[in-house]
Design a protein. Sequence first.
Lengths: 217, 217
Amino acid sequence: MPPVSNLASYIDHTVLKPATTKEQVQQLCEEAMKYGFAAVCVPPYFVEEAVDLLKGSTINIATVIGFPLGYSTHKLVEIEQAKEQGATEVDVVINIAALKSGNWEFVAKEIDLLTNTAHRLGLVIKFIIETALLTNEEIEKVCILCANSAVDYVKTSTGFAGGGATIEHVKLMRSVLPATIKIKASGGIKDRSFAEALINVGANRLGCSRSIQIVES
Amino acid sequence: MPPVSNLASYIDHTVLKPATTKEQVQQLCEEAMKYGFAAVCVPPYFVEEAVDLLKGSTINIATVIGFPLGYSTHKLVEIEQAKEQGATEVDVVINIAALKSGNWEFVAKEIDLLTNTAHRLGLVIKFIIETALLTNEEIEKVCILCANSAVDYVKTSTGFAGGGATIEHVKLMRSVLPATIKIKASGGIKDRSFAEALINVGANRLGCSRSIQIVES
């Protein structure tokens, strides 16, 4: 497989542990500027901190919405607040419980409403579908809903569901999604060869906590 | 140690997986009525379903707020909506990131504001402090904040942080908290002997997914 030049520019440099500290966010932002990552991805509580630290850079500031379980009933207001605090991208978990309960109408309406809200606010929106918990048929169906609503990215994983991105799932998503809808692979990406393999089968962005290990390996 | 009579009455019968289905919530509610558990604890998305199913019973309906990472910036509105949907108890994750960043003033203010809100709405409020991520000093300090705000329960764990309730942590919490503040132990409780041991060192409520296995063992 061909190597990927400028791998760093594909990476959302991410820290999303419950016990994340201000110091860790500061380090994350310094590393993002040093390596030229696409974005930092931080908890809502630290968005303003990241905005301050990255002022004057071109690095995007992503935060998470309804994360990591997806059944928050306040995603819309969370998105509005992310915008107010200066985020430029939101990574939103779909309502996996509704999907698994067969309530596809709810899932479709939520994706559509939140995409329209994000786009009205000028935000890039990524929907995390948590591939590890879905059947292939469910992955295909939710990708079609995402395409119908013209989301920016479909993202594989939160990293909290016991399984992350796989080559097979990214291939499947790429086969269903139109070229205009991008893919973010995330969860369990630990080295350059896996990162490059994910990009080679269609991932446009990678969510990584071990970003430096990846780009330096 | 003495056995605990009526163990079921101590248990919040809980389902909080991302892929929880409506059918699982229905089963949970049926089991709660059959065994006489203290409460069911369900995702926000399923509160109305549980309210319908438990109509006419005395079983409490708990849901989770800012769960499981604690850094949601919308806990107050989540509590208000839980009330509107018919919940009687809210299990709220503290802002662990703020605590770990040394922002104790934020942690104290949040606990106080949310407790006042819950009590104004007639809700029982439990604060999840995620003991597995805290030092003993941090556990003591956050228990004192909870006591100062007269919360109803301090709860050990979300079950998502790689460690649940321990005898040592419940003992420590009991030694700091006044008798008026109750303790809910949760995370990793799998059998009757551990459940009884937690109660014997001071737990007043247990959060369990394996509740039937516990009461029937």
